[in-house]
Design a protein around this ligand. Sequence first.
Ligand code: SF4
Length: 351
Amino acid sequence: MTTTTNKKRILSGMRATGRLHLGNFVGALENWVKMQGEYENYHLVADWHVLTTDAEHTDQILPNTIEMVRDWLSAGIDPNISPMFRQSQVKEHAELHLLFSMLVTQSRLERNPTLKDQIRDLRDKLQARDIADKDRPDNEVTDSGLVTYGHLGYPVLQAADILLYKGNVVPVGEDQLPHVEITREIARRFNRYYGEVFPEPTGYVLKESKFSRLPGSDGKRMSKSLGNTIYLSDSEEETGKGIMSMVTDVQKVRRNDPGRPEVCNVFTYHQKFNPDEIPQIETDCKSGELGCVACKKNCAAKLNAYLAPMRERRQQYDDNAVMDILTAGEAKARAVAQDTMIQVRDAMNFG
Ligand code: SF4
């Protein structure tokens, strides 16, 4: 195994879905940046994984990859410390995926709870696009008619992604823990059959805080599909508009009405991006001293100040710079992956 440090190795990735919003930042990316010194981080652009939900529009994968990686860089991931790479450019992912697919049963994969979520997403998509046979309502398409071999094998490819780099730790949301468990089972089975090659990685659950599910402008969880997002790449003006359009305490109708900060989305943003002023805002909101327009303007200013260093960093990375960073990261990732595959092939007598 190619080891450059004694630090534990983390493999973390995102599907290549384009620009990231503030919810992605506080839910995951911010943690990646914080973990940079403590662990040896590898950051995967899961571009093959995108095919499970959108196999038709492959022309969007590269532009989406570039936008997403630009966001990683602007958030403060240092590519010299933490390689960033595309899954599709390290073919060993496919080879290990194939070998691992022999070590897990169909029924085990069918029990994977995230499969149900995928089916639900697929149904939503089918209805939204109206691509179903017009003579056959969507609800008559059976689950097994929707699920591809790729959906079922999603956690197997993810196990290959993680174990190829011998990741010790996998930062995940609570909902992704079943995938880490499948990875551990595959690693155990492989080691039992062929000898000790893989570590059993531990799922590092990203701490759920009220900020992990940052509300969008409508108060629901921030999500591209709901159109309630503030993107990291938004301009100051767009960010300001996003904050000004936010739902606040519906009972605070006039400026001097007493408010309830505990139910107000803007207050959540103050807590995250303007913590120093929280006691004052809370007091003034409750007493009716503070009006929502002024409060939102202040929030927008603080958020823009928070995002300013990211905007500045973003300027350094045009498309060519991002591609150069990916190419360099892919060379580093490939070296580790090839090293692992030599051990795998030897262990399995395919050497
Ligand atoms: S004053 Fe601020 S915290 Fe209070 S309800 Fe209005 S926007 Fe929310």
